[in-house]
Write a protein that binds this ligand. Structure first.
Ligand code: K7E
Ligand code: CUA
Length: 660
């Protein structure tokens, strides 16, 4: 398809140029020529190259045409998630996750049940650093049902239901106040993995920094996902204590390595900083050793240990202690290049790729060799007694890719792609193993410059058992000179790269500035795997339970009922009125207000806002919402619908009067 467009374009350009001849044209030919001339004229006026025209043709999506892929990008410290269409790179949807979001009415009257799930010791935390999104998987392939994402800043995990693209659950990890190695799912989404990052005493306890080696610990948590309930089930979840290295990213084994989990780490030096006390600063202290440790965790065996009750409880969370993990052969360490970043399991589950930020290579580990080394045993242990497998025994290959390698993804042609932060480039290299590209060996194939400072990359379905390839998105931290200057705070730049052609052909074909937090990582799913609802299945739908709320107000049943100081308002919304239109109450009343949008038409969303009381709702067709507040301030409050829903939308309002 893409190849066809490219050829077509070149043909059109050639024809247009060829038309500069003197023979007389029929009127039909003249009209075609006028069209083509216009096209060529624009290209000339704007100084577009042939590559530019190819890029335009690959990404331009005519009105009404749908995108082939949907990318879910984290919103960084905006605490949100973005759904972006590919190849058009159009922003399709913002999803409020850790942060109240007014357009969706999330956290302004409703949504508090979800947001408060992430409270920490009763303390509301209303922002997050949404970091690594993870689509739910079935047999290692995205199934389009759920999306998980971690909050790096506060150590939390959220669950988004992709039937309505809404956040259903936020769960706080009681062991830790930060995380990084999450969210990643096991191949059938039995577990959502949340690894820690900055070591601390487990259970959010206090200990001075000079007790770092004895009391501070790393951890990884395995949150059990209940697919039917669409929720993480904390009662079935457990964690594992790890040495106080800074576990960084994790990835679940798949296919041959299913049942194992891999986490890389930095700061095996166990540096605690303190430049003000004459210690090496963190950035030097954590990079003194030539190697850090890749962790291999036998999750299947760990689950058996958990189910046997061989855990201790810390802050309510069952934890497999480090000693238990060692005694049950659950944990192995392998050297990896210093200050590594990224651990990515290849589609076959047979190889693990680790980048060393300060090493121009990626290192490829063989799962079979790891298993052989485990079976052979080792006499090398770290200071906590965790067995260390030698690098020679588990390494398959190293490929020199460039400066500052971070993250790797895969395509369906046996290539791997690694982001190069310092080079501001993406490298394509061949995987020289059976099932990939044995004919090419483990070699660098090509690099494409990106603008600038790329962190993660995402290939279409590029971390599943069957990557699509075709497109790669480079999530760049800096945009510098790519866009009109809007002041010193600049957007991040997401660049779409065409990787459909093999060999050394890779081309940046679109730049998307995003102005909300740091869109840190993304996953790209084939659009037809998503089955979102057009409207809620039935009138009176509660999106939190994904079922009809029996207390929902149905048409003809609208009412205002007083019970002592509590006033129940049962309202419907339909173009272009709310029923009832008057609410007269007393100061001091407690108000329980239910509104059902009884529409069945697509896109017939109604908003609802009350001034002063901070109420702002988005009520989608079929949805019912209930919110409560105390009528503390008397006065006249005009509510109105905030969605321009019809010609008489302005009239879609009502009065709440509160008598002193
Ligand atoms: Cu996803 Cu640095 Cu947080 Cu890479 S990690 S950029
Ligand atoms: Cu409903 Cu405007």
């Amino acid at each position: 398809m893409m190849k066809k467009y490219r050829i077509l374009l070149i043909v059109v350009v050639v024809i247009a140029v060829g038309m500069v001849s003197s023979r007389a044209f029929t009127p039909q030919e003249e009209s075609v020529q006028a069209q083509e001339s216009r096209w060529q004229q624009i290209a000339e006026e704007r100084g577009l190259t042939e590559d530019d025209l190819v890029a335009a043709a690959m990404t331009y999506t005519p009105s009404g045409v749908m995108d082939e892929y949907v990318m879910f990008a984290s919103g960084g410290h905006s605490g949100q998630v973005f759904a972006i269409g590919l190849p058009s790179m159009r922003l399709l949807r913002t999803i409020g996750v850790f942060t109240p979001e007014p357009w969706q009415g999330y956290g302004f009257g409703v949504g508090e049940d979800v947001l408060s799930g992430g409270d920490i010791d009763g303390q509301p935390v209303r922002w997050g650093d949404s970091h690594h999104p993870a689509l739910s998987e079935t047999e290692g392939d995205y199934d389009g049902q759920f999306l998980f994402i971690n909050d790096k800043a506060n150590g939390r995990i959220a669950v988004i239901d992709l039937r309505d693209f809404e956040t259903k659950q936020i769960i706080n990890n009681p062991l830790y106040l930060n995380d990084h190695g999450g969210a990643f799912v096991t191949p059938n989404t039995e577990y959502v993995i949340e690894g820690g990052q900055y070591a601390q005493p487990l259970g959010d306890a206090y200990a001075p920094l000079d007790e770092y080696q004895s009391v501070y610990r790393g951890m990884v948590t395995f949150w059990k996902f209940d697919r039917d309930a669409g929720r993480i089930d904390p009662a079935q979840s457990f964690a594992m204590e790890l040495p106080p290295y800074w576990q960084d990213l994790c990835d679940a084994g798949k296919r041959v390595s299913e049942g194992w989990v891999f986490c890389n780490s930095l700061n095996t030096e166990m540096a605690t900083g303190g430049i003000e006390e004459g210690n090496p600063p963190f950035e030097a202290g954590v990079s003194r050793n030539t190697h850090d440790f890749l962790h291999a965790i036998n999750l299947d065996a760990a689950t058996a240990v958990f189910e046997a009750g061989n855990t201790v409880e810390i802050a309510g969370m069952p934890v497999i202690t480090l000693d238990t993990a060692i005694a049950n052969n659950l944990l192995y360490l392998m050297p990896e290049s210093r200050s590594p970043h990224g651990i990515d399991v290849a589609p076959g589950g047979d190889y693990m790729v680790v980048s060393g930020k300060l090493d121009p290579h990626v290192t490829i580990y063989s799962f079979q060799k790891i298993m052989d080394a485990v079976a052979a045993g080792t006499s090398d242990f770290d200071s906590y007694g965790v067995p260390i497998l030698s690098l020679e025994s588990v390494m398959e290959a190293q490929v020199e890719v460039g400066l500052g390698p971070l993250h790797t993804q895969f395509d369906g042609q046996g290539y791997a792609y690694t982001s190069l932060f310092l080079d501001s480039a993406v490298a394509r290299w061949s995987m020289g193993a059976e099932g990939y590209r044995p004919q090419d060996g483990w070699t660098l194939q090509a690099k494409v410059p990106v603008q600038y400072n790329v962190g993660h990359i995402a290939v279409a379905e590029g971390d599943t058992v069957s990557p699509d390839g075709n497109y790669l998105v480079s999530l760049n931290k800096w945009s510098i000179d790519r866009f009109f200057n809007t002041g010193p705070l600049l957007p991040q730049n997401l660049q779409l790269v065409d990787i459909s052609q093999g060999g050394d052909a890779m081309q940046v074909i679109y730049d998307l500035p995003l102005t909300a937090g740091e869109p840190h990582y993304a996953q790209i799913i084939k659009a037809d795997k998503l089955q979102p609802w057009d409207v809620y299945p039935e009138v009176g739908w509660d999106p939190l339970t994904q079922s009809v709320d029996e207390n929902a107000t149905q048409q003809g049943e609208e009412s205002i009922v007083r019970d002592g100081n509590t006033v129940y308002i049962n309202m419907t919304a339909v173009r272009s009125h709310f029923t009832p239109e008057h609410v007269d109450i007393q100061a001091g009343d407690h108000v329980v207000w239910n509104i059902t949008n009884i529409e069945r038409a697509r896109d017939a969303t109604h908003g609802f806002s009350i001034p002063f009381y901070g109420i702002n709702l988005s009520i989608e067709p079929g949805e019912t919402v209930t919110f409560e507040f105390d009528a503390t301030r008397p006065g006249v409050f005009a509510w109105y619908c905030t969605e321009f829903c019809s010609a008489l939308h302005l009239e879609m309002m009502g009065y709440m009067t509160i008598q002193p």
